[in-house]
Design a protein around this ligand. Structure first.
Ligand code: ADP
Ligand code: TPP
Ligand code: MG
Ligand code: MG
Ligand code: MG
Length: 324
């Protein structure tokens, strides 16, 4: 079964409105007029991180990927619960220290969690629940409208290139490796953007697959111009600027940027916000009537690649690495 199929089977009984049809980045529970935002992401050795990654960086990534889902709902983090499987003593100690530092960096209290021990040869499997509060409502993935502009924060494809570097497939760049090991959740931007957008999500599986999900949830089509997708100078230097390079960046995932749709009338306010936050915000396309994803490279329409991004699926044979 794929990740998509499994979530679809759960959807039948996840009928509470707070679950948002299991089709959003997080649940949004209204308690006494306050929007409490809840999200849980797991990370697994050889799936989300490499065995040689420093334990402190893995702790950072576990917290950061969850905070990224809070950011996508415009939420301010208020606490975290950690799910941990014990490894060797030295690693566990380094992870705990790193988690302490990561929590302190974001000023988030650890509220609890759970700890288990597994067989020594099983891959490290970690989970974290992040809890937040959304002050101005919590934009969903499902409310983009025909005519909205589609925007993305920061730059796309850096982390995917960082992973290639760590696999020995690209020349070394510290900046790209950092984007893979130390994602920066766009918390401040998420809170500032929330009142200006019609729909928002974070980009974890890949810009194209995530944009397609936003379009599907909103019952519109997304048109994306490959040439408008923001790529860093580090990435351009490492990978080049061919159409295939552009597609690779757009499908790589692990970006933890914010993808959002907004009425064209919001453009000036969005660009002002970009200046205030010193964070690039790039217009990459628009939402139109219809369904699915339309890809262009400048004026030219381009066929969709076979895979738009990451989806978890268990391989029939061999190790537990997933395919993208
Ligand atoms: N095992 C599960 N049990 C319940 N809900 C799940 C499970 N796996 C995923 N979901 C829900 O499915 C939706 C999509 O999940 P996911 O694609 O992982 O979101 P994201 O990419 O933002 O982390 C979310 O509402 C999430 O809470
Ligand atoms: C060792 C390794 N191989 C491959 C990847 C690429 N990768 C693995 S999972 C994933 C998508 C994001 O993870 P997921 O569990 O789907 O997070 P969510 O979308 O639920 O937030 C990507 C791009 C990676 N990060 N590390
Ligand atoms: Mg998300
Ligand atoms: Mg998830
Ligand atoms: Mg996530």
């Amino acid at each position: 079964m794929t990740e998509f199929d499994f979530i679809a089977t759960l959807r039948g009984f996840a009928t509470d409105p707070a679950a948002r049809g299991l089709a959003d980045d997080a649940a949004v529970l209204n308690i006494g007029g306050t929007n409490i935002v809840l999200t849980h992401d797991m990370i697994v050795e050889n799936v989300h991180f490499l065995p040689a990654d420093p334990p402190g960086d893995i702790a950072w990534k576990l917290l950061a990927v969850n905070l990224s889902d809070l950011a996508a709902k415009g939420a301010r983090p208020i606490g975290a619960l950690l799910g941990y499987s014990l490894g060797d003593d030295q690693w566990d100690r380094a992870f705990a220290e790193g988690m302490g530092e990561a929590l302190a960096a974001f000023a988030i209290p650890l509220l609890g969690g759970d700890t288990v021990a597994t067989a020594a040869d099983s891959p490290r499997t970690l989970g974290l629940t992040a809890i937040g509060q959304a002050l101005d409502g919590a934009p969903s993935r499902a409310d983009a409208r025909d005519g909205d502009h589609l925007w993305v924060t920061g730059s796309i494809g850096d982390a995917g290139a960082g992973l290639k570097i760590l696999r020995g497939e690209l020349a070394f760049s510290q900046a790209l490796v950092d984007r893979y090991r130390n994602p920066r959740p766009r918390l401040e931007a998420g809170q500032a953007l929330a009142p200006l957008v019609s729909a928002m999500m974070d980009v974890s599986d890949g810009l194209l697959i995530d944009a397609q999900r936003m379009a599907a949830a909103s019952r519109v089509a997304a048109r994306i111009d490959l040439s408008a997708i923001p790529r860093s100078d580090d990435l351009l230097q490492a990978c080049g600027d061919s159409r295939d390079d552009r597609i690779a960046a757009a499908c790589a995932g692990d970006d933890y940027e914010l993808l959002f749709a907004a009425d064209p009338g919001r453009a000036t306010a969005l660009l002002d916000l970009s200046d205030r936050l010193c964070l690039a915000i790039s217009r990459i396309g628009e939402m139109t009537a219809g369904s699915g994803l339309i890809l262009t490279d400048g004026a030219e329409e381009v066929p969709l690649p076979d895979r738009l991004g990451w989806e978890h699926v268990r391989p029939r044979h061999g190790d537990l690495r997933t395919a993208s």
